[in-house]
Design a binder for this molecule. Structure first.
Ligand code: FES
Length: 567
């Protein structure tokens, strides 16, 4: 045992007699067949999120063995422990509701159980932010290991990747362009391996953000899930975790700084990453006492070019991104705009990392240079205005250019149920130039801020060939989706924000160049409408949903719980 590591003596159970607690713990540990020699080693806990309800983590048993191999070979004892897993499409009403539950469980189980450091295994959308948020608050050394992206499938000679292509084909099916039999065949070819969604969605964005924050081994964020390098990265993560256990650091909260958060925001902008990632990064930063300011975000967006040509915005998939050099290439291209003194889990600065020789850039079309960007400005912007006084988010890179400056008549849906009931009605009064508005789908709403901001194009317009409209809500959007979609409108409708006051026929103006979103209704009229607003639905009275409802913060605050943020 090193002088720093305490191994099994970490955080002894309180019986009022420390020696008894140590004796009892060792005795029960021995019932699992450990020798005294093993129990005298530093301990690497492995926070393990395998689940039959999480397809993205299907290969975790193999990765776990590789992590353990690395830990054992480096003189520490690996002890896996189960953790809540959040499989994106298996949770109702939405995985977002459970991110904070998982973050709380991660924090408490790292703190409560005897370990000197922790390997955090995750990947599917909400698991990475939950793991990092919890570990930052737990204040123990830790390192993240992600699942890696899925490989693409094939259908009639075309490459398919979950889940941008899922949406494209579904839109064609709704428009009557492909048959039910075809959509069944496509269903079996969209997600064909383990790993996270194959495009620059939330999981991939969060993996790149985590590596940029320094909480993961360099060059590991985008290794495909099924590649042998993924297992080698797992073993190396185990080796590093053992070293961290023996040396006593670094802790994740020491790596999350204002500079590393700004670097991560720049990477997010340059890869045209997921809008969800802004919420998650705000929550991670918030755990370290750092605020993500939307005005500053817009400054960064105006300076940071889009360098990556991947779906849902462009044409490539994550496997192409990795082959083209992965995050390392992006960091090298962005280096003049980054703060290079930030540190990572290996103890090196970003500057030291980038001084190492890089592999040859194979595909200049997938990852471009500062001199030859995909777009000269970042893929995401924050909007403010009379409809969103505290902010909203638009993925301008995923929008139809002609809709970025648009004024239109509101067609309002008061809830997800209302949307489902009327969106395809032949009687719906809607034109292609209208603005679709969804209310009461924000963090405090009963739906828990689902990825419903990608409102479907009304069937009669879809059949007429309409592919995009301005759509506005307090909901989120899947990182794999695209369109002219304004999200995270704050204050949300459930709290009586201006979004709750929009009525059919109101004019709404979006200006991406001015970064504004305005409801063109007089303040006097809005005051009258406010006085007649119906009360919000009765909040949950028990259990986690009550805690959630009582404590959830707004989207710009990362949708964390108010009592989990320092201060
Ligand atoms: Fe797990 Fe997309 S469903 S990352």
């Amino acid at each position: 045992m090193s002088e720093i590591a305490k191994g099994l003596d970490n955080d002894l159970t309180n019986y009022g007699d420390q020696d008894f607690a140590r004796y009892l713990r060792r005795s029960f540990a021995k019932s699992m067949g450990y020798t005294s020699e093993s129990l005298d080693k530093p301990i690497v806990g492995i926070c393990y999120t395998d689940s039959g309800f999480n397809n993205c983590h299907r290969h975790f048993p193999e990765m776990l063995e590789a992590v353990k191999r690395g830990v054992l070979a480096s003189g520490a004892l690996p002890i896996p422990f189960p953790m809540i897993s959040l499989g994106e499409v298996f949770l109702s009403p939405t995985s977002m509701v459970y991110r904070n539950l998982m973050a709380m469980a991660v924090e408490e189980m790292i703190r409560a159980q005897p370990m000197d450091t922790v390997v955090l295994m995750g990947g599917c959308d909400k698991t990475v932010p939950a793991l990092v948020m919890g570990a930052v608050s737990a204040g123990k050394p830790g390192v993240l290991l992600v699942a890696g992206p899925m490989m693409t499938g094939r259908y009639k000679g075309e490459r398919l990747g979950a889940c941008t292509d899922c949406r494209r084909f579904w839109a064609q099916y709704r428009a009557g362009n492909i048959s039910q039999q075809e959509i069944y065949q496509i269903e079996g070819n969209l997600a064909v391996t383990s790993g996270t969604c194959a495009v620059m969605g939330t999981a991939s964005s969060m993996a790149l953000i985590a590596e940029t924050l320094g909480v993961m081994l360099p060059n590991t964020a985008s290794i495909p899930a099924v590649h042998a390098d993924r297992l080698r990265a797992s073993e190396q993560t185990g080796v590093l975790a053992a070293k961290m256990a023996i040396q006593g650091g670094p802790r994740l909260d020491q790596l999350i700084s204002k500079d590393s958060v700004e670097n991560a925001l720049r990477v997010l902008l340059s890869v045209s990453g997921s809008t969800n990632a802004i919420i998650h990064l705000s929550a991670i930063a918030g755990r370290a006492g750092i605020e993500v300011d939307l005005e500053r975000f817009n400054e960064l967006s105006d300076e940071t070019p889009v360098l990556v040509d991947l779906k849902p915005v462009g044409s490539g998939y994550m496997e192409d991104f990795h082959t083209a050099g992965g995050l390392d290439k992006v960091l090298r291209a962005l280096a003049p705009q980054l703060t290079l003194k930030t540190l990572d889990v290996t103890g090196r600065s970003l500057e030291q990392r980038l001084q190492e020789e890089s592999s040859e850039q194979i595909d200049q079309n997938v990852i471009r240079t500062l001199q030859n960007p995909v777009e000269s400005k970042g893929g995401l912007i924050a909007l403010h205005g009379t409809l969103a006084p505290e902010g909203a988010i638009l993925k301008r890179a995923a929008a139809t250019p002609t809709l970025l400056e648009h004024e239109g008549r509101a067609v309002v849906f008061s809830s997800l149920e209302d949307l489902a009931a009327r969106i395809d009605s032949p009687e719906l009064d809607v034109e292609a130039e209208d603005v679709l508005v969804l209310q009461n789908a924000g963090p405090r709403s009963p739906s828990g801020m689902p990825e419903a901001g990608y409102l479907p194009i009304p069937k009669k317009l879809a059949k007429a060939g309409v592919k995009d409209m301005v759509r506005i809500s307090d909901a989120r959007m899947s990182g794999t989706a695209f369109g002219t979609i304004v999200l995270h409108v704050t204050p949300e409708a459930d709290l009586g924000g201006p979004l709750a006051l929009v009525q059919n026929g109101d004019l709404i103006r979006l200006s991406a160049s001015a970064k504004t979103i305005d409801l063109l209704v007089s303040p006097a009229e809005l005051e009258i409408r406010k006085s007649t607003l119906l009360p919000a639905p009765t909040p949950p009275s028990r259990g986690y949903r009550k805690l959630y409802n009582d404590s959830i913060l707004s989207a710009p605050q990362g949708c964390d719980f108010n009592f989990l943020v320092p201060g």
